[in-house]
Design a binder for this molecule. Sequence first.
Ligand code: GLN
Ligand code: ZN
Length: 758
Amino acid sequence: MVKSAVLGFPRMGPNRELKKALEAHWAGKFSEAELQQAAKDLRLQNWQLQKSQGVDIIPSNDFSFYDQVLDHSVLFNVIPKRYQDEKLSFMQRYFAMARGNSTLPSQEMVKWFDSNYHFMRPEFSNSTEFKLVGTKPIDEFLEAKEAHILTRPVVIGPVSFLYLGKAEKGSQGLDPISLINKLLPVYEDLFRKLAAAGADWIQVDEAILVYDLPEKVRAAFKPAYERLSKAANVKILFTTYFGDLGNNVDIINGLPVAGVHLDLVRAPGQLGSILSLLNDSQILSAGVVDGRNIWKTNFKSAIEIVETAIKKFGKDRIIVASSSSLLHTPHTLDSEKKISEEIKDWFSFAVEKAKELSIIAKAVTNGPDSVRSELNNNTKSIEARKCSKITNDPAVRERQSSVTQDMHQRKSEFSARNKEQKQRLQLPLFPTTTIGSFPQTKEIRLARNKFRKGEITEQEYDSFIEKEIQAVVKFQEEIGLDVLVHGEPERNDMVQYFGEKLNGFVFTQNAWVQSYGSRCVQPPLIVGDISRPKEMTVKESKYAQSITNKPMKAMLTGPVTILAWSFPRDDIPRSVQCQQLALALRDEILDLEKAGLKVIQVDEPALRETCPLRKKDFPAYLEWAVNAFRLATAGVENDTQIHSHFCYSDFNEIFDAIRCLDADVVSIENSKSDLKLLSVFDSQNYPACIGPGIWDVHSPRVALLEEIQDRVREILKRVPAESLWINPDCGLKTRNWEETEASLKNMVAAARSAREEY
Ligand code: GLN
Ligand code: ZN
């Protein structure tokens, strides 16, 4: 019999109950016992839900109060000294590592592979003393067992745990992987305890196998699993996801584990090589239901893949599984009451995906007739989506087919444009500007909500926004900024705002996905060919320009970022969707230019984070991503100045791509990173202007004048004076007015003194 398995389930609950419980606890309104009880209820609910969908193998220890990697750090006593010294309870310490407390900053947070989930990076030191100090995986296993559900506990594998971590300050030079032999006894201990509690399988996630790995790390797998396989009477499912194993597939060869899980959605091609690598008793868990998107599974294709595997292995050695944890999908489609029935029929969220798994397992176990009507309905949905007018817009396709190479090319190159722009804008040396948003006050959010609910008229709302713009413009003039912005009061979010104005997008009521800790995001869903029915931002920018003589900078989110922060379609490549967005933005930019905007910023903070997992795939991605930006921006005249903005990026890897964007001014988040980063921008390398963030907008701390002055002096050692712009790190929407005003005044003063000094 073919069994179905889920690799992990969303934790937040159908209505983000966990978020609410956590935030109430942090606010002191919910005791630790109440929080524990809420979590227990949610876990039970999730297990029962999966069971009721017919899933055979249900995970435990996939729950977390904040992050599963942090759970492991705490479980294994990987707790940096600074948190140990404090007299904190277990939970207080856990949350201090997660989000900081009044005296300590949090641990570093990093993106989980190429998803929008973020994990707390483990820190290892020479004095790290691995020991099993908690019982979370065992407790949760027993909790489920008590409810008569025999779960498969999920743990992060030892090699991934070390590789995803870093050396603690003071232990620089320590390569975490060198600690593997110290760590393994703790895993052995954990496996023994899980086996004693009654677990027959453990899902051990070694997701790093989809990365390019150093030889030392690759070499760590075999000896580690030799040991772990003998540790206890429990079977190991060696689990990878999010991509192709590529050259790491050889690690599977002869690995003493009872089973292997592969992501066959992202990389169906690896099935063949795995089938010939596994031995006669090993089990294959075939990840055929996508854990990373919101689309209904195509049963026909999924069943074909599973049948291929069955032919070789027989039914008892195949498991049908989600490609990865379902953590990255929203909870259930049931909560969506506003999406049209036609479109809703195309989707499948976590609960529905669990059901799909059990249907596929039945189909291959008992034959298609046992689930005939489910299969037929699925075929109908898939066909309907393929043929739908919503999905396919011939006008968009037609336009894409007539895109030419020279549409990606500005009329002249930077040096010529720069002259014309200088002439037209008449800016001083070291021009000052901001990244776009100004504090989003309670009043602004309230007005937006009222308008959304129809409690105020469009006219009332528009005049409210105009007043906000007036205030922001006046403020910027008063403090003496050179290039102004309108402040983005009308925008809730830099992607949703555009998605709502474009054809091809759908919005949900409750489709939240965990981003980090209690923070969830609700990405728009791209369902069809994208186009712009009418102007999106011209009204506000044009108005803002009309009330000042200073140049006004219009503000757009770039095509790569809109795509990255939405759920994309799975029926056409992302590159095609990105080009559709680029064409829509191109029209918007030309309209802004026509409306008199001389400076236009196109934000692409997601350019770096969308990079593929493997280096070999970078060039292809960067080509379409850069082309999309260029297609969006290259239609303007020479004397229209194009800015772009990047935050939280590691630029070295994509520096060439940033240069290829051919923007006139690039602002980057820099205040937290060291200045070395800027050396890549030295004059020979980088022809255009740059604005390295001068202070950290993510902290409420006011930037002091001397600090900014020092910073500018340091930057000037690396960036030619005529190329330097002075601006904060990022948008100011999360700051309050007091902090904003004080910091910006210091920034302007620093620019003035730099002009004198220079
Ligand atoms: N223009 C946006 C803002 O200022 C940019 C935000 C971002 O880069 N994340 O809010
Ligand atoms: Zn930013």
